[in-house]
Design a protein around this ligand. Structure first.
Ligand SMILES: O=C(O)[C@H](O)[C@H](O)COP(=O)(O)O
Ligand SMILES: [Mg+2]
Length: 303
């Protein structure tokens, strides 16, 4: 079954009128790295002007909601912190409310300051992360800094541009033969879209740990229902009246399809046209496709 391709003002208007809550992916939909997608600012302003609710739902765990708010502000995009729902925040909420992670334990973080900030906000103690002690080389002859630590009750892996062998060795040591140590991923995106191309994403960073530990991690971010359940629990809306807009079939579109939320795939990010149309099309089929979210800006002119 093929998705409906939206290309006319009438088709845009019919869809927008049927949606109350817009769940918007960020990387590849709102912006490509430092560049805001053309037309998107106008679309966001228009949707708000006609009373639509907007939530920004990103798997990128490198930033906290506060940091995202600052990024959006710098890009000239109006947003309030509680409209941002990133996988760093979702992971902190999951550890705090679902796992009820013990206060006398710490989580070993492979990730950056944004993830640590969200853990701090829910009172979860952490190790690793941005600690300079872990951003160093270790020689195969010297594992003296890699030892078992009973205070570590979980390993949480997210986007970490400082990823290295010492971090992998410490996380592996905590996970090895220790089912009591939770293994969590903020998300498992294979790639990250920016500058008109893609680069290794969080999933590419956690893969070596999954391979070495032979453990099956719990994944918090899109497409997993853990994240949608957390969003609905916080923002209270009917999934049938929401629309998930994303650039990635395997995260954004599967996220919506798995939760009864209709889906709109836009191009220019991770997923290419040939993955949706043609002989080798994916089995994951969005409800709608269009070139770019910015194309809805024409509705603002119709107003
Ligand atoms: O590598 C990652 O973490 C993700 O690919 C990336 O950040 C995706 O972000 P999103 O498209 O969900 O905003
Ligand atoms: Mg994306």
């Amino acid at each position: 079954m093929a998705p409906q391709t939206l290309s006319t003002v009438e088709e845009y208007k019919k869809l927008v009128d049927s949606v109350e809550v817009f769940l918007l992916d960020c990387d590849g939909v709102i912006y490509h790295g430092p560049q805001v997608v053309p037309g998107v600012k106008e679309v966001l302003k228009y949707l708000r002007s006609i009373g639509k609710r907007i939530l920004f739902v990103t798997n990128n765990a490198s930033k906290s909601r506060r940091m995202y708010k600052s990024t959006f502000d710098k890009l000239g995009i109006e947003v309030s912190e509680n409209e941002i729902f990133g996988s760093a925040y979702a992971s902190a909420v999951y550890m705090s409310k679902i796992l009820q992670f013990p206060k006398d334990k710490r989580v070993y973080v492979i990730g950056q300051a944004g993830l640590e900030e969200e853990l701090d906000a829910v009172g979860i103690a952490h190790a690793g992360g941005s600690d300079p002690e872990d951003r160093v080389f270790i020689d195969q002859g010297d594992y003296s800094s890699v030892v078992a630590d009973p205070s570590i009750g979980a390993v949480l892996c997210g986007f970490d541009a400082y990823i290295n062998y010492k971090k992998y060795s410490k996380a592996y040591t905590y996970l090895k033969d220790n089912e009591g140590c939770h293994f969590l991923l903020t998300n498992q995106d294979a790639t990250f879209p920016t500058n008109g191309t893609t680069y290794p994403g969080s999933g590419a960073m956690s893969a070596p740990l999954v391979f070495a530990s032979k453990r099956t991690p719990t994944i918090i971010g899109k497409p997993n229902k853990i994240m949608m359940d957390a969003i609905i629990a916080e923002h209270h809306f009917d999934p049938a009246k929401a629309l998930m807009v994303g650039d990635n079939l395997s995260t954004d579109i599967e996220f919506g399809l798995g939760s009864g939320v209709r889906t709109l795939l836009v191009f220019g990010g991770v997923t290419k046209r040939e993955q949706v149309f043609g002989d080798n099309a994916s089995e994951t089929v969005p409800d709608f496709v269009m070139e770019s979210l910015g194309d809805l800006a024409v509705l603002a002119k119709e107003k």
